[in-house]
Design a protein. Structure first.
Length: 136
């Protein structure tokens, strides 16, 4: 009888420790659903419009060549709004509405390709748009 009770308690204890995939933090599915994740632009001033199926997302950061721009907690940009514009020396990134991201890179007069990566966040899900601009 004692062995049976110990066996049942062990089984009960082990089964209560198992977790379902849905209950784990950090395993969100793609709720942004980008229309494209990789873009190539010409060396001239060029732009791209990217759409999303999801409408609850914001720009987390932008990496351009060797610089990284973090926009969280900046007072001049409200990342929670449906539209905002981010202007830096070499580019403009605009969230035009809940489902549209516009990216414009100014002319690349260097002799090398330039790279840009835009990190989008939606809760516990992150996605990336990688843009390559051709060399002049």
């Amino acid at each position: 009888m004692k062995k049976t009770i110990i066996l049942l308690m062990t089984i009960l204890g082990l089964s209560s420790c198992s977790e379902k995939k849905d209950s784990l933090i950090g395993l969100w599915d793609d709720i942004i659903k980008l229309s494209t994740k990789n873009v190539t632009l010409t060396a001239k001033t060029d732009s791209v419009t990217i759409t999303t199926e999801g409408d609850w997302w914001w720009i987390n950061s932008i990496s351009f060549d060797d610089s990284t721009y973090i926009y969280y907690n900046r007072k001049d940009i409200d990342l929670e709004s449906d539209s905002y514009s981010i202007k830096e020396d070499f580019f403009i990134v605009e969230r035009r509405d809940k489902n549209t991201l516009f990216v414009k890179l100014y002319e690349n007069s260097t002799n090398r390709k330039r790279g840009m990566s835009i990190t989008l966040e939606a809760g516990d899900y992150f996605d990336y748009i990688n843009i390559t601009q051709a060399a002049d």
